[in-house]
Design a protein around this ligand. Structure first.
Ligand code: S3P
Length: 448
C-alpha cells in the first residue's frame, strides 16, 4: 500500500536511448532542515527550490503545529516565520511524519528541550523503525519518551523543562541521530558536543553555522568532534536548496545501463559527505563526467553527464564509503547487475533499518528478475550479468520505500523484459516528478 492511498502499480518497459536534461528536485535533507531551522528563528526565512515531496510537506505541517507560520508561495518558494530557539508551542494534535525518518527524528530533537509534550506517529514503514537511537541520547538532556515496544512510534516526547547540555558519541553512523542531538542542544545552556567516528552528511552543521550558531567541527583521532554553543539567537536566512544528488542517481544510473543514452543532470550538490555513489560508479568504469564544477552557497556543485557504459565491471565498494552513499545502494545494486563480475558491498547494516530492509527488498527483487545476490547481516554482493543480459520480467514489492520502487523502475529500462513494482506511490515522498521526468528522457513507465 502506498502511504497516502491505494497502491499504484507501475511497469517499466525496456526502452530506447535516454536523452536530454534531467532537472531533479531539491535536496530532501536540506529541505527538511531549512524548514526546521527557519522555525527556530524569529523573523522570516525564505526558501527557494524546496523539495515539495510528501516527506518535506509533512515536516512543513509539523512546523505549523509547533507554532511557526509556514507559507507556500508557489514555484518551490516558501517562507517560514519562526518562533525562536526554545519557542516551540505545544501541538494540539498528533504529529504525523508520514514515511519520513529524517522528519520525525530531527523534529523530536528540535522539541526535546522545550517544555512541551508532543506525540508522533507515521505510516506503517516509519512505525517499524527504531527511535531509541534518538530518544536514548535525548534522555541525557532530561527529555522523556514513551513509545511502543523496542522504541517504536507512536511515541510521546516530554520535553526537558530545565535541559542540561550533552556530550554524546554517536554509536551508529547516522546524520539523523547527530542532527537530533545538535537541534536539542540549541536550547540547552552551555556546550553540547557530538562525536562521530565516521563522517555522515554535515548539512545540519553547515546550516546551523549559516543561521549564526557558534558551531565548530574538529577532525581528531576518534573522529569528528562537533561543538555547539547552546541558546544562540538564530538569524533568519535565505536558503537556496541545491538539487538532490540522491535523486540525480536515478537518471544517471538509468543512462549508464540503457543502450545509446546520453543524459545531462544539471546543478547537483556534490557535498563530499553525499557523493560516494559517483566515485563508486567511476571506479566501476562508468562514463560519467562532472561538467561546470563550481561552488554555490559553500557547497561543490556540478552538472553530471552520464552516457551508456557497456564496459562497467564489478568492484569491492569500500565500507568507509558507505555513509556517503547510504541511500544509493538500491540503485547501485541495479547497476551492478549490468556490470561484468561481482560487486561486493560491506559496512552496510544501516540499510536494514531504512524505509524498508533495503538489502532484503533489493535481493528479493533482483533474484526474481534473474540476478544472483548473496547477503549477510552487514554485507551483500550482486553477480553482474554484463550489459544487455539482465532478464527482468518480474514484479517486485516496494515495501513503502521510494528508493526501492525507483531502483526497480531503472532496472526495467535496461533489462530484456519489463520490470514492475506493486506500488510506486512512495516515490512521491522524495521525487514526485519521477515518472514525467524519466518519461521526458525516453523511459517507458506505465501505470498498470
Ligand atoms: C538523512 C540521513 C540518512 C539518510 C536519510 C536522510 C538526513 O539517514 O539515509 O535519507 O537527512 O539526515 P541516517 O541518519 O539514519 O543514516
Amino acid at each position: 500500500m502506498s502511504s497516502h492511498g491505494a497502491p499504484i502499480p507501475i511497469m517499466s518497459h525496456p526502452c530506447g536511448p535516454l536523452k536530454g536534461e534531467a532537472h531533479v528536485p531539491g535536496d530532501k535533507s536540506i529541505s527538511h532542515r531549512a524548514l526546521i531551522l527557519g522555525a527556530l528563528c524569529v523573523g522570516e526565512t525564505s526558501i527557494s527550490g524546496l523539495l515539495e515531496g510528501q516527506d518535506v510537506l509533512d515536516t512543513a505541517k509539523a512546523m505549523r503545529a509547533f507554532g511557526a507560520e509556514v507559507t507556500d508561495l508557489g514555484g518551490g518558494r516558501w517562507s517560514v516565520h519562526g518562533v525562536g530557539v526554545g519557542g516551540f508551542m505545544e501541538p494540539d494534535q498528533i504529529i504525523d511524519c508520514g514515511n519520513s525518518g529524517t522528519g520525525v527524528r530531527l523534529i523530536m530533537g528540535a522539541m526535546a528541550t522545550c517544555p512541551i509534550v508532543a506525540t508522533f506517529t507515521g505510516d506503517a514503514s516509519l512505525n517499524k523503525r527504531p527511535m531509541a537511537r534518538v530518544t536514548d541520547p535525548l534522555a541525557g538532556f532530561g527529555t522523556q519518551a514513551v513509545g511502543r515496544s523496542e522504541g517504536r512510534l507512536p511515541m510521546t516526547i516530554i520535553g526537558a523543562k530545565e535541559p542540561v547540555p550533552l556530550h554524546y558519541e554517536v554509536p551508529v553512523p547516522s546524520a539523523q541521530v547527530k542532527s537530533a542531538v545538535l537541534l536539542a542542544g540549541l536550547n540547552a545552556p552551555g556546550e553540547t558536543v557530538v562525536t562521530e567516528k565516521e563522517a555522515t552528511r554535515d548539512h545540519t552543521e553547515r546550516m546551523l553555522a549559516g543561521f549564526g550558531a557558534q558551531i565548530r567541527t574538529e577532525v581528531t583521532d576518534i573522529g569528528r568532534v562537533i561543538t555547539l554553543q547552546g541558546q544562540p539567537e538564530l538569524i533568519p536566512q535565505h536558503i537556496e536548496v541545491p538539487r538532490d544528488p540522491s535523486s540525480a542517481a536515478f537518471p544517471v544510473c538509468a543512462a549508464l545501463i540503457t543502450p545509446g543514452s546520453d543524459v545531462l543532470v544539471p546543478n547537483i550538490g556534490l557535498n563530499p559527505t553525499r557523493a560516494g555513489l559517483y566515485t563508486t560508479l567511476q571506479d566501476m568504469g562508468a562514463d560519467l563526467g562532472f561538467e561546470n564544477m563550481r561552488e554555490e552557497g559553500g557547497e561543490p556543485v556540478a552538472d553530471l553527464r552520464a552516457r551508456y557504459s557497456p564496459d562497467m565491471h564489478g568492484i569491492e565498494v569500500p565500507a568507509e564509503r558507505a555513509a556517503s552513499m547510504i541511500d544509493e545502494y538500491p540503485v547501485l545494486s541495479v547497476v551492478a547487475a549490468f556490470a561484468t563480475g561481482k560487486t561486493h558491498m560491506t559496512g552496510v547494516k544501516e540499510l536494514r533499518v531504512k524505509e524498508s530492509d533495503r538489502i532484503a527488498a533489493m535481493a528479493d527483487g533482483l533474484r526474481a528478475n534473474g540476478v544472483t545476490v548473496e547477503d549477510g547481516p552487514d554485507w551483500w554482493s550482486v553477480v553482474g550479468l554484463g550489459p544487455d543480459n539482465v532478464p527482468g520480467g518480474a514484479t517486485c514489492a516496494s515495501h513503502l520505500d521510494h528508493r526501492i520502487a525507483m531502483a526497480f523502475m531503472v532496472m526495467g529500462m535496461g533489462a530484456k523484459a519489463p520490470v514492475s513494482v506493486d506500488d510506486g506511490g512512495p516515490i512521491a515522498t522524495s521525487f514526485p516528478i519521477f515518472e514525467s521526468l524519466m518519461g521526458s528522457l525516453g523511459a517507458r513507465l506505465e501505470r498498470t
